[in-house]
Design a protein around this ligand. Structure first.
Ligand code: PLP
Length: 370
């Protein structure tokens, strides 16, 4: 057997639904030599990561830390810690990720109640209100930025309805965090999870989570153990905070370095500036794409600035043109999922990747191809 060549993938411009291009400073931080996961200096780095995460989530929640796995593990962590077998859960579904939450709820042995909206549309608060009149769930869960469709879900009203019904309010902020406003405390969010490879511009590998005091009380008063040993916050907390810093699992040191630098970059730019930049580049892309005959899937006012879902022009060969973009121009865009396969593209402008140069590269490549 001959030894495979040195690792040398072609540099790509990642304009899909994630991962997005990591910031060069984040990649450099990942070359930092390892230290032990219980080294006092590493504990200091963990403390900084937690406090920077609190700022980015806009929360005072002390149980705020990154789970050692991708965004889906954040989803599973939030649901598995808050639900016990037989509990009722109301899940809002208008795309792939709402469906994934529903799947996890069933696997946990909880009772699933669903509110469905067509893909490409938001969940209306009245739908949640009607569902809450028929069941008394322990949690109400919703996706803030549905990456499968490009819908930005307004959260405040749904959060109020959940709270008034005595339920915990759970939010998926995997794609929204770092790209559009996420206000955990102001919006009454009890548990939230995100991922590092979307608008935070670090590689995939960690899932920042945050739990309110109310959620922590619910976890403490569980009758059964959290089903997942790995994701059990009652044990993880002894590693991520407190005096003892007991070994639970070996933290992925390099991923924590990456998140540390990614969060520094977010806060250095400033949240408002960052959201404004995402909007500006979304507008720029929108104008160019509309000139080329693409139409936005989602109605105005509910579009994600970091994930543009566009309906392809008539006669446009989805797979062929994505192939040319990738092979000739080194640009990756996302295909449509489910009923949108072959008809829709998902064009990500996430975090570091949301810049004028990327927009211009894609638009000029498309002009040439068409
Ligand atoms: C990407 C994504 C996830 C899953 O994250 P992974 O890192 O792929 O596990 C969950 N929810 C939303 C909204 C996402 O965009």
């Amino acid at each position: 057997m001959t030894l495979p060549g040195q690792l040398n993938p072609t540099p790509r411009i990642l304009l899909g639904p994630g991962p997005s291009n990591a910031h060069p400073r984040v990649l450099r931080a990942m070359g930092t030599p390892l230290i032990g996961h219980l080294d006092p200096e590493f504990i200091g780095i963990m403390e900084d990561v937690k406090s920077m995460l609190q700022q980015v989530f806009r929360t005072q929640n002390s149980l705020t830390f990154p789970v050692s796995a991708t965004g889906s593990a954040g989803m599973e962590a939030v649901l598995t810690n808050l639900l016990e077998p037989g509990d009722d859960a109301l899940i809002c579904v208008n795309g792939v990720f709402g469906n994934r939450m529903a799947d996890i709820v069933e696997r946990l042995g909880a009772t699933l109640h669903r509110v469905d909206a067509p893909w490409g549309e938001m969940i209306e608060p009245t739908q949640v209100e009607e569902a809450l009149a028929k069941c008394k769930p322990k949690v109400v869960a919703i996706v803030h930025a549905e990456t499968s469709t490009g819908v930005l879900q307004p959260l405040e009203k749904v959060g109020q309805l959940a709270t008034n019904a005595g339920a915990l309010f759970l939010v998926d902020a995997v794609t929204s965090l770092g790209g559009t406003d996420v206000r955990v405390d102001d919006w009454g969010i009890d548990a939230i999870y995100s991922g590092t490879q979307k608008c935070l511009s670090a590689p995939p590998g960690l899932a920042p989570v945050s739990f309110s005091e109310h959620a922590v009380e619910k976890i403490r008063s569980r009758k059964t153990k959290v089903q997942s040993w790995y994701l059990d916050t009652t044990m993880l907390i002894n590693y991520w905070s407190g005096e003892k810093r007991a070994y639970h699992h070996t933290a992925p040191i390099t991923s924590v370095y990456a998140l540390y630098e990614a969060l520094r970059i977010v806060l250095e730019e400033g949240l408002e500036n960052r959201f404004e930049r995402h909007l500006r580049n979304h507008e720029l892309l929108k104008n160019g794409l509309e000139e080329l005959g693409f139409k936005f899937l989602v109605r105005e006012g509910y579009r994600l600035p970091m994930l543009n879902s566009v309906v392809l022009p008539e006669g446009f060969d989805d797979a062929e043109i994505r192939k040319i973009l990738l092979e000739k121009y080194n640009i990756e865009v996302g295909a449509g999922l489910g009923e949108f396969a072959g008809k829709v593209w998902r064009i990500g402008l996430m975090g570091y990747g949301s810049n004028e140069n990327h927009v211009n590269c894609l638009l000029s490549a498309l002009r040439q191809v068409l």
